[in-house]
Ligand binder design. Structure first.
Ligand SMILES: Nc1ncnc2c1ncn2[C@@H]1O[C@H](COP(=O)(O)OP(=O)(O)O)[C@@H](O)[C@H]1O
Ligand SMILES: [Mg+2]
Length: 278
């Protein structure tokens, strides 16, 4: 079901192996990322309501969201919508945003009217058209209590068998405290997954995978083993940090026409980063 990490097409055009954008092509399907995607996928398919993915900065939450949308992209029954930055001045703005996002035609002006419009939309889509709206909210730790109350009220809309909207919240760990202080919201969570940093082996696999995708079959022709170990030690297995470091060293390799990246090149680039506070 998930693309195999081993199945690399031949003649892949060379691209930056350490691009920071959440590029599904460069995604390494690690055990935990697959388990997380499976959890979300089945929760959505079973129409269980609310799923939450927690993880520290740079553990892959945004990328998981993109890949989840891709997994459903050829399934017309699902209507995916994404909120990248859920900061709204008040409930009205949040509701108006949701209505626009799902292209709901409404003359609503008040909170109540918007809620009614959303409710009829969800019933119409779910019951008449058998469609499944899915709302992904990234940076979920930015949600405040009134927004979470609105999400909770949307999750109240259901048929006998299932919820009429599926919500996936991707959030930093601190969101857990917020949720704990709102037991009614916590009750709604049907599935949860916590993304951890990679262990050393997984991190090397991820780097190897990114290099393969970019045309480098053997990662040991790009990094020495001890350079890789240093990347793990410095990044503590956090993908973003590791990729950032690989990227700096890779740029140096290209611009200075270096051979294999060894510990010296890495240390030099780590220092450069510290000096420039990047
Ligand atoms: N499994 C993975 N394979 C390849 N790259 C990954 C993986 N997980 C995370 N990354 C990369 O790490 C960086 C941070 O990921 P991101 O999804 O932005 O994390 P978060 O949203 O948790 O801060 C991105 O450049 C992303 O492409
Ligand atoms: Mg993110």
């Amino acid at each position: 079901m998930y693309p195999s990490n081993e199945k690399i097409e031949v003649n892949v055009p060379k691209k930056n192996p350490f691009s920071m954008s959440p590029d599904p092509q460069l995604f390494y399907f690690s055990g935990q990322h697959v388990a997380c995607l499976q959890t979300l996928e089945s929760s959505i398919r079973l129409r269980s309501g609310l799923s939450v993915v927690l993880g520290d900065v740079g553990t892959g939450k945004t990328t998981v969201g993109r890949i989840l949308m891709r997994l459903f992209q050829d399934k017309p029954d699902y209507i995916f919508r994404l909120i990248l930055d859920p900061q709204f001045v008040d409930e009205l703005e949040f509701l108006a945003h949701l209505s626009r996002l799902f292209e709901i035609k409404t003359k609503a002006q008040s909170v109540l009217e918007y809620k009614e419009a959303l409710q009829s939309f969800l019933y119409f889509k779910g019951v008449n058209e058998k469609k499944i709206p899915v709302l992904i909210i990234d940076e979920g730790q930015k949600l405040n209590e009134p927004m979470m109350e609105i999400i909770r009220s949307l999750l109240n809309y259901e048929t006998n068998e299932s919820k009429l909207i599926q919500v996936v919240i991707l959030a930093q760990m601190e969101f857990a405290d917020k949720v704990r202080s709102m037991p009614n919201f916590m009750d709604r969570i049907a599935a949860a997954y916590v993304l951890q940093p990679f262990n050393e082996e997984e991190l090397f696999h991820m780097i190897g995978h990114r290099l393969k995708r970019s045309g480098y079959e053997d990662m040991y022709r790009v990094f020495t083993k001890s350079a890789l170990k240093q990347i793990y030690a410095y990044s503590h297995g956090f993908p973003r940090k590791a990729i950032n470091l690989c990227h700096q060293a890779y740029l140096a390799k290209i611009s200075e026409q270096l051979g294999i990246i060894d510990e010296d090149v890495l240390t030099r680039n780590m220092r450069r980063k510290e000096v420039s506070h990047v």
